[in-house]
Design a protein around this ligand. Sequence first.
Ligand SMILES: Cc1cc2nc3c(=O)[nH]c(=O)nc-3n(C[C@H](O)[C@H](O)[C@H](O)COP(=O)(O)OP(=O)(O)OC[C@H]3O[C@@H](n4cnc5c(N)ncnc54)[C@H](O)[C@@H]3O)c2cc1C
Length: 403
Amino acid sequence: MKTVVIGGGPAGLISAYFSALGGNDTVLIEKNEKLGKKLYITGKGRCNVTNDCTEEEFLENVVSNPKFLMGAIYRFSPDAFMSFLEKKTPLKTERGNRVYPLSDKASDITKCLESYLKEVGVEIKLSEKVLSIDQKDGQICSVTTEFSKIQCQKVIVCTGGVSYQSTGSTGDGYAFARSFGHTIVEPKPALCGINLKGDFYKSLQGISLKNVKLSVFRGEKEIFSDFGEMLFTHFGISGPIVLSASSYLNRCNLSDITLKLDLKPALSYEQLDARILRDFDKYKNKQIKNSLDDLLLKGLIPVVISASGVKGDIKNNEFKAESRKKLVEAIKGFEMRPYSLRDINEAIVTAGGVSVKEINPKTMESKLVKGLYFAGEVIDVDALTGGYNITIAACTGYVAGNS
Ligand SMILES: Cc1cc2nc3c(=O)[nH]c(=O)nc-3n(C[C@H](O)[C@H](O)[C@H](O)COP(=O)(O)OP(=O)(O)OC[C@H]3O[C@@H](n4cnc5c(N)ncnc54)[C@H](O)[C@@H]3O)c2cc1C
């Protein structure tokens, strides 16, 4: 059966391989001059290709529609994906079970997938943009590109989202899906920095924090919390735990949201209070603002003191227990208000896309038109950092290709 795969990212490469392996005459069309342009920049050029975890753990890291992915991830698990890659490229596992090519070169993952395609005779057309997918009597019949019309019975749309558009992911798949009546869940930035209200962060720009806890509250309810690293930037905050938080904020009314930063998560309120008392004793007769150097990074001290509402220039031996309580609260619950998320083009992934309600999870086939399939980021699924997003592309590509 003639099958056209649109897009040469991980979803397209993997679905094209399994389609051809199953005996289909398969053509992969990529509008860029080379395959895997986005893959090339993943993991800071090292490509965190998957996560060495169980299927259950994998699904816990999927933010949108984990249930839809359940069947696909059990059929092509992180373990299966690693074995598949390792036949051609050695891998290594780092902190957080993040898996990378041993060479630390993202291009080796693309080379590995390209070599699989050659083995099964997939025809690859580069520098050719697909303009439309055509149907006749509710069945796919052809694909029209800038240069030709290709008759086919099946099409797999693997065009990605709308983030980092210079890599080719410009949302063309949404237009194809819409032309068949598919619903597109509004694309939103995920895994991105957060613009903050106010301007206190400007004095903190460049400060990076380790071992801190960031919690997201909608009203009184905590909707997300993570422990790790983050940094202050010219616009607000970024870094690993902030990226994760953004994925839970992109469908929220941000005026209801408060971000709370615990700068000393390893200490309880009582322990922190005792620690401050010890430091005050050590720096006897000094002003508060000059007594916290052992506890906090220098740049943070004036901002934390200001947030606590206490006066920084009073001497620490005149500091009352009540004021100390305020200081402890500001250190363990430093409040920040999000203004907006960074632009979707800067986001690591796009949340939203083709609604999963209109895709059969067992085959990735459209429920609206026969012969039309979707795989990868074009679908309304997204996950946290750690190799999960490429694996989503891989497992949905595997299912679509095999169908
Ligand atoms: C900076 C950055 C770092 C990342 N790091 C990681 C990481 O380390 N680990 C991880 O798991 N994920 C990472 N991701 C996310 C991951 O790259 C994506 O989720 C993944 O590439 C999605 O794969 P895909 O095949 O669905 O889409 P894409 O990789 O976006 O591929 C889509 C392809 O379709 C082509 N295309 C689009 N429209 C047409 C058309 N009309 N005709 C022909 N071709 C078309 C595009 O040119 C593109 O090559 C990162 C993303 C970014 C931006």
